[in-house]
Every structure is written in C-alpha cells, then in structure tokens.
Design a protein around this ligand. Structure first.
Ligand code: ARG
Length: 459
C-alpha cells in the first residue's frame, strides 16, 4: 500500500492536484464510507474498524467544511490527504480503508458522483431559464417584431415565437444533460486498480449506498473511461453556444440602433468615461466565455486520445477543465434567468420595425399570387416595388395605391390590409408564427417544461 507522506519529492507541485480536486471531498468521503461499510458487511474488515473509519471520515468532513483541514500539497491529491488525516485521527484502523480499493476506481467514482450532481443541478437551472423565457413569451404573445435572415429584416413574427425558439434549443440541451447524467450513473468502485480485486465484495450494495443505478462491467474500461465527462462537456458546449446566440441578440436588441429592449440595471454596467453608456457586459461575457467551454471539451478529447489501457496519470487532467466548464455554465444559466426575467420590451419600437420598411414584401407578393399571378412573377414585381420605395426613401406601407398600380394593375384598395399583424396571422401552419399556432406552442412548451422537471434527476 502507498505510504501517505513518506519521502519528499522535489517537484511535487507538478504532480499535485490537491489545489482543485479537493472540491470532490464530499464525494470522496461518501465513497469511502460506503466502501468501509461494505467491507465490514462482507467480513473483510472488522465492524469496529469500519465504525472508527466512518466516524473519522465524518469528523474530517466537518473539518473541511469549517476550513480547518490541514491540506498538504506534498500528499498530492485529495485521496491521500484524507487518508493521511484519518491515520492521524483513528490510527491503525485507517490503514484498512484502502483494502480492495485503488485510487483509480476511487477517483473515477468521485468524479462520477460529482458529474451526476452537477448534471442534475444544470438541469434545474436550465429549467429555470426555460421558465423565464416562457413567462416572457406568454407576456408577449401579441408583440410584433421583425424576424431576420442575414440580419436583414425579413418577415414579421411574434416575440413569443422568437423566444420559444430558445426554449426549444434549451429543451434539446436538457435531453443532452439527462444523457450525461445517465452515462455518469455507473459505479466503478470495487474493481481496484484495473483488474478487479481478490475479495468477495458486494458492489451492488455500494452502488445502492451511493445512489448509482448500475455497476461498471469491464474493469479495465471502467478505470480509464471518462466518456461521461465528454458527454457533459459536449452538452455544455452546445448549451453555451445557444446562450451565446441569445446573448448576441440581447446585445443587439439593447443597442440604440435596435432599441428593442432595455436590460435591467443589474445586467448592465456604466462606462468610466461615457456617462450615457449601459453596456450589456453580462451578455458579452457569456458570449466570450463560450470559448473556454469549447476549449475544455477539445482539451479532454485530446487528453484521452492517446491513452493505452488502463489508468494513466494523464487522466488527472480531466478535472480542472471540467470544473471550469461547470462553473461557467451554472453561472451563465443563473445570470440569464435573471436577465431574461427582468428585461423590458419596448413594444412600440419593435412593432414599428415590424410594420416599417420593406418587411411586408413577401406578403405583398403573396397578395398578387392570390390574384392569380405566378409566385416568381409576383416576386419580380415586389423586387421592383421595393427598389422604387427605397429610392423614394419610403417604406412599402407608405406608398399610395397609385404608386402600387404603376407596378401591377392587380393592386387594389385592399392592399392596405396587408399589415404585419395580417402577415403574422396568415402563417397559420404548425410551427408557424400565427397567434393561434403560437398559443398552442406556448401550451405545449408549458407542458414539456412541467413534464421535464418532474422527470429530471434530482440533485
Ligand atoms: N489524482 C489522481 C487523479 O486524479 C488520482 C488517481 C491517482 N492514481 C494513481 N495510480 N496515480 O487521477
């Protein structure tokens, strides 16, 4: 067995992970407690020793939580720190805890426990953000705004419809985090260093104690598998990508150029020199931090790609990036919930933008189609009309009937019934932006959210 703390090594700082893996102390202690109990139940260690171990670990946990634990870098990692401290506290019995165990199955267990917890917590925050989006969507079931393609005003849509697009992205993200939870939900403990252990263990008992749904199969795979972290990090990268897109829209919309929304003071910062500024720093930082989350995914993929079976110390590099991803994502989700909830929509500005300019060109082409003109030809008429209106410095809605008729005699008084409202109402196909469809979509989203929340894993 390894002798904690024996023999100083000159470059210990290089191999030490204690600065960051101490974050896993709760999981590590829980794993040790379950392992000790199982060893005693199986008659592998004595009941008295197990009791001492469990009590000692509880005391250590308290020490850590009170900030009184004497962390020692020369002991390299969390596992050695705790075991050494246990020796100091309960003496010889501590030496029995590591029976039928290796740091390899131990650390894999710790990280899986942690990944399960954060996957559940991520889902909880994701649902809260979905709820905020849905509340805003419901409040804006009648608010019009321009929909864009190529960041050019394209066709009017309902703000509810626009916000529901993000709800749907997050719904898919939720599915990925559930999957990440499922892949983490496998117990490696009990396979030892790589090959299994020569003791009659009850691995199922340990799995139940720790809340794992199943135990690992192949021992060699289990000590070196970090796919579950890739699953979480992939889900996180996609989710940050979605949040970054939303961030980008919030930045644009809150600019003077768009003027569609006003972000609450809590989510803007002033400039040290320009007193009028209300900078959307939170949205910008979220957009910027997406990069590091992508980076950690690629980092871990790269760590894993050249590893022969089974455990290699490279695997210690699985943690820092993962922790940073977790912190970044959880923080971002929390901020976005508040930012979305508190943003103020400037309805009239949005509506004016949805009515103005050339936004109704497609609908005017459809108007001609309804009068029998082939769509391609109607498209051509509207292209000319749009050019003309632009030349006059007018929007399509500002032209007179006489001007319309210069381009096609089929235009009549009812051309003025082509409004943004009418354009939206006309898009009455499943998945479209018509109020009737959006109403159904809102209801479906509410239901999906409630159902999702009921089925998500608990933190
Ligand atoms: N700190 C190590 C890690 O995070 C713990 C496992 C070390 N195991 C070993 N055989 N050196 O991977």
């Amino acid at each position: 067995m390894l002798q904690p703390g024996k023999g100083k090594k000159p470059h210990i700082a290089y191999t030490a992970s204690i600065a960051y893996d101490r974050r896993l102390y709760r999981q590590d202690i829980a794993g040790s407690v379950a392992h000790a109990r199982m060893l005693a139940r199986q008659g592998i260690i004595g009941e008295k020793d197990a009791e001492l171990i469990v009590m000692g670990l509880a005391a250590i946990r308290q020490e850590i939580e009170q900030g009184e634990f004497p962390w020692r870098e020369e002991l390299e990692d969390l596992h050695m720190n705790i075991e050494a401290r246990l020796h100091q506290q309960i003496g010889e019995a501590a030496g029995r805890l590591h029976t039928a165990r290796s740091r390899n199955d131990q650390v894999a267990t710790d990280v899986r426990l942690y990944a399960k917890e954060v996957a559940a917590e991520t889902l909880r925050r994701l649902r809260a953000l979905q709820g905020a989006l849905l509340d805003q969507a419901e409040a804006h079931r009648a608010t019009l705004l321009p929909g864009y393609t190529h960041l050019q005003r394209a066709q009017p849509v309902l703000l509810a419809h626009h916000l529901l697009a993000y709800f749907h992205m997050l719904e898919r993200d939720a599915g990925r985090f559930r999957q990440a939870h499922t892949s983490a939900d496998v117990l490696p403990l009990g396979i030892g260093a790589l090959a299994g252990v020569p003791y009659p263990l009850d691995r199922e008992f340990v799995a139940r104690e720790l809340g794992f749904s199943r135990i690992s199969g192949n021992s060699m795979d289990a000590v070196s598998d970090r796919d579950f972290l890739l699953d979480y990090q992939h889900a996180a990268a996609v989710c940050m990508m979605h949040l970054s897109r939303l961030a980008e829209e919030l930045v644009l919309w809150s600019s003077e150029e768009f003027g569609f929304i006003r972000l609450a003071d809590a989510y803007t910062t002033g400039s040290s020199i320009m007193p009028q500024k209300r900078n959307p720093d939170f949205a910008e930082l979220a957009r910027g931090r997406t990069g590091r989350v992508y980076g950690h995914l690629l980092g871990l993929l790269t760590v894993l790609k050249g590893l022969p079976l089974t455990y290699n110390r490279d695997l210690q590099e699985d943690k820092e990036g993962f922790f940073d991803t977790v912190d970044t994502l959880l923080g971002t989700l929390g901020v976005f919930e508040g930012m979305v909830r508190t943003l103020e929509v400037r309805r009239e500005r949005m509506a004016r933008a949805a009515e103005g300019g050339l936004l109704l060109a497609t609908d005017l082409a459809d108007y001609l189609v309804r009068k029998g003109v082939p769509f391609r030809q109607a498209h051509g008429v509207l292209a000319e009309l749009s050019r003309y209106a632009e030349g006059q410095g007018k929007g399509l809605r500002d032209l007179s009937l006489e001007e319309y008729r210069r381009f096609s005699p089929l235009f009549q008084e009812d051309v003025f019934q082509v409004t943004a409202q009418a354009a939206v109402a006309a898009r009455d196909v499943p998945g479209g932006t018509a109020p009737r469809q959006v109403e159904m979509a809102l209801q479906a989203a509410r239901q999906a959210l409630a159902q999702g929340q009921a089925q998500d894993p608990l933190p």
